[in-house]
Design a protein around this ligand. Structure first.
Ligand code: KG4
Ligand code: ZN
Length: 348
């Protein structure tokens, strides 16, 4: 089955065409990617220090037809040869979601193709399956993106229970806010991590209050970093900035690793899959691998770097599995800017 995936929940316009093969019961099946495009709007939003929702929506509107044309040409396919369309329905920025959603509805109606709405977080959660055939349900999913930080018990496709989530800033947001204070352009997570590379120790300490709480929280981190930056302002050269970056990364990683270990033992799970933009973080990869090794648990399954950040391949995977089970978007359905993953149901 050939499926077109469309993603516009935030600041990346992404499209993909994949070939889907059904799997055994209680698996999501597998896909091969035929063509994909991600058009990032980051340079546009960087001017404002963060995503401007209206601009994001307008950029999606402009890019969608161009990208669809591009991938169909690359795949040497016409829209009539596509068997179904999967589009991100939520959660995300309402205006941005609406652009992809209306576009998908239009294409599906014009070409008379089945359409399904996909939960963006489910896309992230299942994205490690794209590259790891050894990853089976049940597993613990750590979704760490710009807007969400969630630990999810994934029992089967569509059967998810939240173990914990951040009530305030997500890990990506915590990285980006701290990075902004150090002068990195939005979104500064990756740049902060690069600055920290090679640093092995630091004289700075950040409070770990978030470790004491039952849930997950990064509140307090931004204030603590702001205070440190103010204190060190006169000597905030490259070396000092690298040292601070290292401390910030270590602090966020420590919280994520500790909460992941707690969740594994709480739910008697052994496999961990990590996805979302922050899953690309080197410190998190090394820290989680080491922590699991020390507990004699299997190594974590990280989403491939190019599928950590927003993409349409993960949307196509989830959508294809749901389309194959006969799921269809209700005609009156609209986008859902809030759509908790525990509200998902098994495909069909
Ligand atoms: O999943 P994603 O592309 O978008 C959302 O759905 O939110 O995640 C983007 C987030 C940003 O906050 C970005 O700074 C962060 O992921 N990120 C990183 C790294 N690469 C991306 N944070 C830390 N280290 C990285 N290497
Ligand atoms: Zn995302």
């Amino acid at each position: 089955m050939l499926v077109l995936g469309i993603e516009t929940s935030c600041d990346e316009t992404a499209l993909a065409i994949v070939r889907y093969e059904n799997g055994k019961p209680d698996t999501v099946g597998s896909i091969s990617v035929i063509a994909e495009r991600v058009s990032s709007q980051i340079p546009v939003h960087q001017l404002y220090g963060g995503v401007v929702p209206e601009i994001a929506a307008r950029e999606h509107l402009r890019s969608l037809p161009l990208l669809l044309n591009d991938i169909l040409t690359e795949a040497s396919l016409s829209i009539n040869e596509i068997d179904g369309i999967a589009v991100t329905q939520g959660p995300g920025l309402k205006g941005a979601l609406l652009m992809g959603f209306s576009f998908a509805k239009g294409v599906a109606a014009a070409a008379n193709k089945p359409l399904v709405g996909v939960n963006h977080i489910e896309g992230h959660l299942l994205s490690p399956l794209l590259s790891h055939s050894a990853l089976d349900f049940p597993f613990l999913g750590l979704v760490v993106s710009g807007g969400h930080t969630e630990l999810v018990e994934a029992n089967a496709p569509g059967d998810y229970r939240i173990v914990s989530r951040t009530m305030d800033d997500a890990a990506g947001e915590a990285f980006d806010k701290a990075a902004a204070l150090l002068g990195f352009d939005y979104p500064g997570g990756a740049a902060l991590s690069r600055a920290a590379e090679g640093v092995t120790s630091s004289r700075f300490v950040l409070p770990r209050v978030m470790l004491e709480r039952a849930g997950m929280s990064f509140s307090g981190l931004k204030t603590a970093v702001a205070q440190l930056v103010r204190r060190e302002w006169d000597g905030l050269d490259k070396a000092c900035c690298a040292e601070l970056s290292f401390t910030i990364e270590q602090t966020i990683v420590e919280v994520l690793v500790r909460k992941t270990l707690e969740a594994l033992s709480q739910r008697s799970l052994s496999r961990v899959a990590v996805a979302g933009g922050v899953a690309a973080n080197r410190g998190l990869r090394l820290g989680l691998e080491r922590a699991l090794r020390e507990k004699n648990l299997p190594p974590p399954f990280f989403a491939e770097k190019r599928y950590c950040t927003d993409n349409a391949v993960m949307i196509a995977l989830v959508g294809a599995c749901r389309l194959a089970a006969g799921e269809r978007l209700a005609s009156r359905a609209s986008v859902l800017s809030r759509w908790p993953i525990e509200e998902m149901r098994r495909p069909g």
